[in-house]
Design a protein around this ligand. Structure first.
Ligand code: ATP
Ligand code: MG
Length: 678
């Protein structure tokens, strides 16, 4: 085993679901060799109204040349995801258990909801949706902040067999309009407004614009249901216990919300008139549960469709093992529910395990840079799951904000969204986990439904920056350019030739695009679009998008490799590297650098960085350009959009679709900041 390996903490191992690598290998082998047996044992813990057939548990075709690509698990069985998440847990005596703690943007705003209460609210809202004509198979668009009602809406859809399509409530009206028109939603569920940090966002006004714009795409949303969220916040601002607000405030704020009679309805008015019970609709295991658009890092977002039975099994199982969840734990995933991480690991996975989780409405920087750590302390969080971009942003402020809080409750730290650079990994491990926590660097995609490559806490010896080993049911394969499988140590395209229960089934309304995007490059394989390396110990290292690979003087390099060297420099907060055509080398390295808080970008820093890359990787990797980047172009889920940086590097202003960027202004700034005039 190579150096730089961090062994799991023994106290965690003793109690872990998977206690050793031998145990992991045994389970992993079983999941591949006796796939139906392995997953049917897990399926038996859930309720099936019509049972599955163990002899026909799953089927698939990944080979476009042999007919349509298709994946099916437990076809013929019927169930209801909402029933399994709520009714089943309530029946098992967990009615009074807290399902979610809610922590508002303002630290004075918080509440909680039990399983029993959640079920009641879901039943009510299911009846509301039915009263608006929503039936099985209809799409319901959701554009909401991180409040209980977003979960209630999702589960109500699941209860009546409707398909939810969530659009992250930071997207523009154009993006919302396009997605609503694409999924042809009957209903849109939203809220009046929300605070993010100290910024007030009028979500309903934005929805109105989006509903108008959707008409230009030939789609009319017939019903819009609006949660009255803002007065609730004002109420708790006026009173410390959040119960005794001033009515006049509420009425004033009410009248500020733009309204179309006959289309718009207040959530609370509708909920008043309905029954608190609603019989679940039994749906087929292969009926759709939800659709969700990818982050759009590489191009136009894709409307990924997930179905019922397989997704339930996979979200539940990955949650249990990857976070090593045990009853009594308090779990917190900071992802917005508008991303796949929020779907699988704020809502479906935790509830399927009867877990207690935190839902957080705010940002890591409000009211101060210690907010995450204060929330962990307040709820005694045991598992914390966030993104490298957040870790890097918080590292900038040093250890002081962390030291003010007691983080002793933590056992597992998760990371998702991008490769985590070893520098950030170590900071997370040492300063947040105090060298006692396992880090789960979870590699997966909207398309995979759940984690596919990840360490297991208490079990996997960790290497900073490596997502390590495949989850149960998953067998990663590396292919070279010619489509040949690479055995042993090597680097190539990360692909799969066999499905696991949670893999997507199609792109909504566009099975052709589904086949061409994922299955046409290498017939017989699902192509992730990411590259990966397998080291001498069999660990997988995801190296980033294959399209972002660099070829300098015949040396193939990944952006992640160079970026992790750059971020090791004590003055560097973030780095992004792209290639630029070069007359002699073929391609050369163009690096964007964001210095730490309070550090000025100087020619000296720049030459130190060039030297560092030269020494760590080799002379061929020496960057040609180091550019100061006050910020990097990131998608709203926090990923660096390297295709935009490639345009900056060649001074080409045709940057393509940047609607999924969090801050479009940064692009202009980067063009202005180019060190060369050409
Ligand atoms: P689009 O497909 O529209 O370009 P996207 O790929 O960013 O958007 P997601 O499904 O949200 O949309 O992200 C999945 C991608 O995120 C992966 O393909 C991979 O590139 C990256 N990723 C996620 N987790 C990790 C991780 N732990 N290590 C490395 N990369 C990761
Ligand atoms: Mg993708």
């Amino acid at each position: 085993m190579s150096k730089n390996v961090y062994l799991p903490y023994s106290a965690t191992s003793e109690k872990a679901h998977v206690k050793s690598m031998e145990h992991y290998r045994e389970m992993h082998n079983k999941s591949l060799e006796s796939t139906a047996q392995f997953w049917s044992e897990i399926a038996s813990q859930f309720h099936w109204e019509t049972p599955y057939d163990i002899n026909n548990f799953y089927s698939y075709n990944f080979d476009v040349t042999k007919g349509p690509v298709q994946v099916k698990w437990m076809e013929g069985a019927t169930t209801n995801v909402c029933y399994n998440l709520l009714d089943k847990n309530v029946r098992n005596g967990m009615g009074d258990k807290v399902a979610f703690y809610w922590e508002g943007n303002d630290p004075e705003d918080y509440s909680k909801i039990t399983y029993k209460k959640l079920l009641e609210e879901v039943c009510r809202f299911s009846n509301v949706l039915k009263s608006k004509g929503v039936v099985k198979g209809d799409r319901v668009a959701i554009y909401m902040p991180m409040i209980f009602e977003i979960v209630i809406t999702m589960l109500s859809c699941a209860r009546i067999g409707a398909v939810h399509s969530i659009v992250f409530a930071g997207f523009s009206s154009d993006s919302l309009a396009e997605r609503m028109a694409d999924c042809k939603c009957k209903v849109l569920v939203t809220a009046d407004s929300v605070y993010r940090g100290d910024k007030l966002l009028n979500i309903k006004s934005l929805c109105d614009i989006a509903m108008d714009k959707a008409k230009n795409f030939g789609h009319e949303v017939s019903t819009c249901i609006v949660v009255r969220h803002l007065p609730r916040l004002y109420r708790s601002m006026n009173t410390s216990n959040g119960t005794n607000g001033s009515n006049s405030d509420i009425i004033d704020l009410h009248s500020d919300v733009p309204w179309t009679d006959g289309r718009d309805y207040w959530w609370h008015d509708e909920m008043d008139d309905v029954e608190p019970s609603c019989y679940p609709v039994w749906v087929s295991a292969e009926d759709p549960l939800f659709m969700l658009y990818t982050s759009g890092s590489t191009g136009k977002p894709k409307g990924v469709l997930h179905t019922t039975g397989g997704y339930l099994l996979y979200a539940a199982t990955t949650f249990k093992y990857v976070f090593d969840y045990h009853p009594g734990d308090v779990y917190w995933c900071t992802a917005d529910i508008g991303w796949i991480t929020g779907h699988s690991y704020v809502v479906y996975g935790p509830l399927a395990n009867g877990a207690t989780s935190v839902i957080f409405e705010g940002t890591p920087f409000y009211p101060d840079n210690g907010r995450y750590w204060s929330v962990i302390e307040k709820y005694k969080v045991t598992q914390f799951y966030t993104a490298p971009t957040a870790i890097r942003a918080l590292m900038k402020f040093g250890e002081e904000p962390v030291k003010k809080h007691n983080l002793d409750s933590l056992k597992v730290l998760g990371s998702v969204g991008e490769p985590i650079n070893p520098e950030a990994w170590l900071w997370y491990y040492q300063h947040i986990g105090k060298e006692r926590c396992s880090i789960a660097d979870t590699f997966w995609q909207t398309e995979t439904g759940g984690h596919v490559i990840t360490p297991l806490p208490g079990c996997t010896p960790m290497k900073p920056g490596s997502a390590s080993f495949p989850f149960f049911g998953v067998k990663p394969i590396l292919l070279d350019e010619s489509g040949k499988e690479i055995e042993g140590v090597g680097e190539g395209y990360l692909v799969f030739n066999k499905p696991w229960p949670g893999i997507m089934r199609t792109l909504f309304g566009n099975h052709e695009r589904f086949q061409s995007v994922y299955f046409s490059k290498f017939p017989g394989y699902y192509c992730t679009g990411d590259g990966a390396r397998r080291d001498e110990d069999g660990y997988f290292w995801v190296t980033g998008r294959v399209d972002d690979m660099l070829n300098v003087s015949g040396h193939l390099m990944s952006t992640a490799e160079v970026e992790s060297v750059l971020t090791e420099h004590p003055d560097v907060s973030e780095a992004a590297v792209v290639s630029r055509p070069h007359p002699i080398k073929g391609e050369c390295l163009y690096c964007f650098i964001t210095p730490n808080h309070g550090v000025t970008f100087t020619p000296q820093l720049s030459s130190e960085l060039v030297k560092k890359v030269r020494e760590s990787i080799g002379p061929f990797a020496m960057p040609d350009v180091i550019q100061h980047a006050p910020g990097l172009p990131k998608t709203r889920s926090g990923k660096i959009m390297r295709r935009v940086l490639r345009k900056v590097a060649i001074n080409d202003r045709e940057v393509g679709d940047i609607s999924t960027l969090a801050d479009e202004h940064i692009v202009e700034e980067l063009f202005k900041n180019r060190p060369e005039k050409s």
